[in-house]
Design a protein around this ligand. Structure first.
Ligand code: DQA
Length: 146
């Protein structure tokens, strides 16, 4: 059971960036929470963050044959990236989309998500807890592919 947790641009700035929207906890706090949850569930996880679209695409490509599930918060690339959608489709690894904030209640452009077409679930507006919920969704997939 191996899960890749991916974070896109500016999520390394959690705790500093727009605390009214994303909270005061840091990216390190997020990683710690995910690691603790995975340990509790007996899941092996890798947490990855990049500010570069191409790096995120390459990471998804390299997940093939290595990871059984992907949790992805593409951050701003959610609203722009066909490349991330195509990469997910290419590897066909079950994936859940996560957003810390409720993107449906913000600017109109944040309601657009390219990866949503591929991901079997989206969790938005649950704060950091969205990541652990996404991991649990992957663990409880009806297909039991993990
Ligand atoms: C985000 C929402 C995006 O619109 C934004 O660009 C982000 C973070 C979220 O987690 O709420 O960087 O994905």
């Amino acid at each position: 059971m191996k899960i890749l947790v991916m974070n896109g641009p500016n999520l390394n700035m959690l705790g500093i960036r727009e605390p009214d929207i994303y909270g005061k906890s840091t990216y390190a706090d997020l990683c710690e929470m995910i690691e603790a949850h995975c340990k509790e569930k007996g899941v092996e996880a890798e947490i990855y963050q990049s500010n570069y679209e191409g790096d995120l695409v390459t990471k998804i490509q390299k997940a093939l044959g290595v990871f059984d599930g992907i949790v992805i918060n593409p951050a701003a690339y959610t609203h722009t990236s066909v490349a991330l959608l195509d990469a997910l489709k290419a590897v066909a690894i079950p994936a859940v989309e996560v957003h810390i904030s409720d993107v449906s209640k913000r600017e109109g452009f944040r309601s657009i998500s390219f990866v949503r077409e591929y991901c079997f679930a989206t969790i938005a507006g649950h704060g950091f807890a969205g990541y652990t919920e996404a991991i649990d969704l992957l663990l409880n997939m009806p297909e039991k592919r993990i």
